[in-house]
Ligand binder design. Structure first.
Ligand code: GDP
Ligand code: PEP
Ligand code: MN
Length: 625
């Protein structure tokens, strides 16, 4: 029997008509196979209509995966107490023969498929399956990748409607020509709080051969939202094959003098500042997490893969994040996850206002002082608690850039991480290669609550992408280096560090200082200010920063602060080069030779500087050179 006939048997008339309208036998075969396998009690196919989206929203409430809050259009969703972050250990790339690839968590494809299929057999009995169509990137553009999501979680489907552009019409338009990604998710059995129960059987398996990702027994967005971090593994593979970049980067507009618009991307590991940077009130957000960058006529053009934000809510307060704060307090559609709720109002850690002493949170009924099974005190909200909202609701969104089918020209690319003692707050690479190697490929960052496991451990995290890497690292870096050669004008590369600390562990910078670094980088992209040459790149001159601090934040910036922050820390920098070189020499295969050359040159410059000035070198010393 052909797939369409089978679908006619499996689906009620109205739903069948919706899939039949898409002329794609491959899609029909995929749907027929999985509907039969998952054995849902009911199936709903979502078109792009407002009605179908409304149906999904309503089902999230009906099935108890979300609850209404006091403000209209606000809901709250909870994940299991032990399902609050990405599960790296159980996220695996399925590769033929189970080939081991350094730093990648691989598994034999046949074995993995067998295991996941067993876990998913009949998993949707008595549940409703939602079949949804979306696209990655702007519609009908050089960036567009269609994707179909199967899920029994109305919360996951609802999140995707907020975060991605609808794709049903695009599937219809493309018909048989659609090369599409597939996502199959089941939250599995739920407990009385409607959270995934069988966490010991939580699996996220990425089939790189069939562009399909399976996710089961989990609800946390980072493990389940197909088009987000799951699709990311597939797009990295595609980008490296085709010679473009698929990156863990925000995309934003920084406003320069006389109305000049300069676009920046920024790659920082999860929980290291992408969303908060892209959201600086007086600049303009295009995206906060995932960016595609294509070479178009010798120019790097970037587009946001998404159209919404799945952002960390902890620490959002009216002073530092006035825009997010306002959006979160307006009656636009928002899903709050894993926050404290009391009398229909959401609360989160470090929100700058008083928080009630009891309510409901990610641990169930909560009171101050409540401890978990491990004896740890449970805070009001989880550190990785989030908000999900469409970008259209942000007053500072650059809608034109968001929807442009050709994307925007990327003027600068920024790399950064949680680093307490090595990198200065901002610096510029000498050139593309220097930036890609000493900033991107050498990135290290302390682990955070965005992944399960210990926090605060310094870890190698090239391009902030290691958790999502789906090709051998050497190939990925090679593609980056070659990408620059396709361009007439390469974007300038910068590195930032928002997380420097003093001897007593106190932050050396305020959260909004990054706004000044952005303005400086914008000026540098256009050659408007000079900079100081150091062994590790160009750093800002004190006078320029002092002027910008005054202009941007109306703050005095002292020479002492500048000197402390921008001191070149030779011992730490040399130790870092050692660590990075060792990793690439001993653990990574087929590393482009130029990586070692560039690191060696950097080491030599640092050693020469140490000869001349000592271990800790004031930026003023280089200036008077
Ligand atoms: N100390 C410090 N914390 C920051 C800064 N910027 C952001 N954060 C915190 O870092 C965490 C994660 O930030 P977010 O922008 O959501 O990271 P993302 O996961 O990369 O998008 C939040 O708890 C922020 O409050 C900063 O400049 N300094
Ligand atoms: C969704 C995530 O994104 P980020 O923390 O980078 O915003 C995640 O890492 O799970
Ligand atoms: Mn984010």
């Amino acid at each position: 029997m052909d797939a369409l006939e089978k679908l006619r048997e499996l689906l009620p008339e109205e739903q069948f008509e919706k899939v039949k309208a898409i002329d794609n036998p491959e899609l029909h075969a995929f749907l027929a196979e999985w509907i039969e396998w998952l054995e849902p009690g009911k199936v709903f196919v979502c078109t792009d209509s407002e009605e179908d989206e409304q149906y999904v929203r309503w089902k999230a409430l009906y099935y108890g995966e979300e609850k209404m809050l006091e403000t209209p259009n606000h809901t709250v969703h909870y994940d299991n107490y032990y399902d609050q972050a990405r599960d790296k250990a159980n996220t695996k790339l399925l590769v033929p023969g189970g080939k081991e690839i350094p730093f990648l968590n691989t598994k034999d494809r046949d074995e993995g498929l067998k295991e996941i299929k067993e876990l998913m057999k009949g998993v949707m009995k008595g549940k409703e399956l939602f079949i949804c169509f979306f696209v990655l990137g702007p519609k009908n553009s050089i960036f567009t990748i269609p994707a179909v999501q199967l899920t029994d979680s109305a919360y996951v489907a609802h999140s995707e409607f907020i975060l991605y552009r609808k794709g049903y019409e695009e599937f219809k338009r493309l018909g048989r020509n659609a090369k599409f990604f597939r996502f199959v998710h089941s939250a599995g059995e739920l407990d009385e709080r409607k959270t995934s129960k069988n966490l010991d059987k939580r699996r996220i398996y990425i089939d790189l051969v069939d562009d399909t990702v399976y996710s089961v027994n989990t609800q946390y967005g980072g493990n389940t939202i197909g088009l987000k971090k799951l699709a990311f593994r597939l797009t990295i593979q595609k980008a490296v094959k085709e010679g473009w970049l698929s990156e863990h980067m925000f995309l934003m507009r920084v406003n320069g003098p006389n109305g000049r618009k300069t676009y920046f991307t920024g790659a920082y590991p999860s929980m290291c500042g992408k969303t908060s940077t892209a959201m600086i009130p007086w600049e303009n957000i295009v995206g906060d997490d995932l960016t595609f960058i294509l070479p178009v006529n010798g120019v790097a053009r970037g587009a946001n893969v998404e159209k919404g934000v799945f952002g960390i809510i902890q620490g959002v307060n009216p002073e530092d994040d006035p825009i997010i704060w306002k959006v979160l307090h307006s009656p636009v559609e928002i899903i709050f996850s894993n926050v404290l709720v009391k009398d229909g109002k959401p609360y989160w850690n470090e929100m700058g206002i008083e928080i009630p002493d009891e309510g409901e949170n990610h641990s169930g009924k909560w009171w101050r002082g409540k401890k978990d099974k491990e004896g740890n005190e449970i805070p009001p909200s989880h550190k990785n608690a989030r908000f999900t909202v469409s970008l259209e609701h942000f007053p500072n969104v650059d809608l034109e850039a968001l929807e442009n089918p050709c994307g925007v020209e990327v003027g600068g690319m920024i790399f950064g991480g949680r680093d307490k003692d090595t990198w200065p707050p901002v610096r510029e690479a000498f050139d593309w290669k220097h930036g890609v190697i000493t900033m991107g490929a050498s990135l290290e960052s302390e682990t955070t609550a965005a992944t399960l496991g210990k926090e605060g451990v310094r870890a190698f995290n090239p391009m902030a992408i290691l958790d999502f890497m789906s090709v051998p690292l050497g190939e990925y870096i090679e593609n980056y280096l070659r990408f620059g050669e396709k361009l007439r004008k390469t974007p300038k590369i910068f590195a930032v560090n928002y997380f420097l600390r003093d001897e007593n562990g106190k932050w050396l910078n305020h959260k909004l200082d990054k706004a000044v670094w952005l303005k400086w980088m914008e000026l540098r992209v256009h050659g408007d200010v000079d900079a100081i040459e150091t062994p590790i790149g160009y750093i800002p001159k004190y006078e320029d920063l002092a002027r910008l601090f005054k202009e941007v934040l109306n703050k005095e910036y002292s020479r002492e602060d500048y000197e402390k922050q921008f001191t070149i820390r030779v011992p730490e920098l040399l130790a870092k080069i050692e660590r990075i070189e060792k990793i690439y020499r001993e653990k990574v295969k087929e590393v482009p030779e130029e990586l070692f050359q560039v690191l060696e040159e950097e080491r030599r410059r640092l050693l020469e500087a140490r000869e001349k000035y000592g271990d800790y070198i004031s930026p003023f010393a280089f200036e008077s050179d």
